[in-house]
Design a protein around this ligand. Sequence first.
Ligand SMILES: Nc1ncnc2c1ncn2[C@@H]1O[C@H](COP(=O)(O)OP(=O)(O)O)[C@@H](O)[C@H]1O
Ligand SMILES: [Mg+2]
Length: 455
Amino acid sequence: MAKATHSPEPSGADTLLKLIASSSTLEFDSEREGVWIEVIRKMDEVYSDLLRYEVDLESKNAELEEAQAFVTNVIESVSDILVVCDARGTVQQANSAFQQTSGLALAEIAGRNIADMIDFDHRTKLPPLLAPRSGTEVVDGELRFRATGGSSDLFAINSSPRHDHRGRFIGVVLTGRPIGELRRAYEALHKAHRELQRAQRQLVEQEKMASLGRLVAGVAHELNNPISFVYGNVHTLMRYRTSLVGYLDAIHEQPVGDDIAALRSDLRIDAILDDFGPLIEGTLEGAVRISEIVKNLRRLSFSKLGEVERVNIERLINTAVLWAGRTKQHRVDIQIEVEPDLWISGNEGQLHQVIVNLVENAIDAMRVTELPRLLVGAARQGGEIAFRITDNGPGIDKDHLSHIFEPFFTTKRVGEGTGLGLWISYGIVREHGGELSATNEPQGGATFAFALPAA
Ligand SMILES: Nc1ncnc2c1ncn2[C@@H]1O[C@H](COP(=O)(O)OP(=O)(O)O)[C@@H](O)[C@H]1O
Ligand SMILES: [Mg+2]
């Protein structure tokens, strides 16, 4: 250890020597004097060492204070929240970002359990963050804190474990940054993306419908001609039949030769005459059905709104539901929920057809449903009137959802469905400024919905 060479004050040894020299009454023994001087020198050394230690200590202390101030300053200036907890969750330290978030001063925070400062709904998320662990494993989580006047923004939290010098878990350091803004931005983005996808699908759908419409219009146009002559010919055949049958009946009343009688039986003339009527009637019925379909297709393909009038929704729905139930055998519990005094401007006949189609489809779908229930509703929604037809049937097969509005798509047996109902309804709703859509209900059943501008 180096000795101090200069001392600012007179050293203890000097003072003592002066004291000894100034004393004239003392007898000096040279040996004892040497010992004294040695003792005094040692004392002097110890004293100066002490002084040096003190100076060292002071400078170390100053350094320590500076370091502490630095650390505190850093912690205080981070915008992230920082909370130090012991193993039980008692807060030992919290930075000003946390004090601002919670609206509490450090004195109110320190010593309290962190659980008291967390939003009630988020308390279950705390234990994993406080869980003891070895090593440096960081646990992530999300928390909302209590704040003045409610709860804070959502924070993304990192919990780092703290250990003592023997490696025992003594608590955690929680750091966190607000992510509510980010989350909201993300959700907005997600929503915009979904809207975009929907718009795109809708565009594709509209384009598909439009081209199908053109195709169907072409086919309908082509069919119109042959159908009209099938129709005309059948009517002529009916007239011819009456003449022929009258004539043959007259002949059969006359006595005829054996060969003619044999021919009559071999050719099963009587059976043919009996069949004649039903065959022609069946053909006529077929022709009528085909021309009905063609008429529908043509009407829609070249669809214009036609006559526009003020339509009262309550009356429209009541008559359509009555009409739709008319031909159906099985009983369905139909509930109508329509706000009174709703009006739109449109073509009443066409809108009637839409509701009838949708209700008929629903009743058909619920054929084997135990307690079939149908809800037909209309309500004002801003400037629009929202229509809803919900059944509790089997719903629409996932693979069929994107096809049900196509012309001729049907899952019904031949003769039971044409597959035109929804296609026609889709077109009519679009002409009226809405969009017909179908969804499956989570608890089963299907909902058809559309909204039209209120009058
Ligand atoms: N409420 C509904 N529940 C389940 N499936 C339905 C419902 N409405 C329509 N569908 C399905 O959509 C298909 C097409 O309906 P639509 O165009 O009216 O033709 P159709 O009634 O002649 O079959 C139906 O065959 C059926 O598979
Ligand atoms: Mg139908």
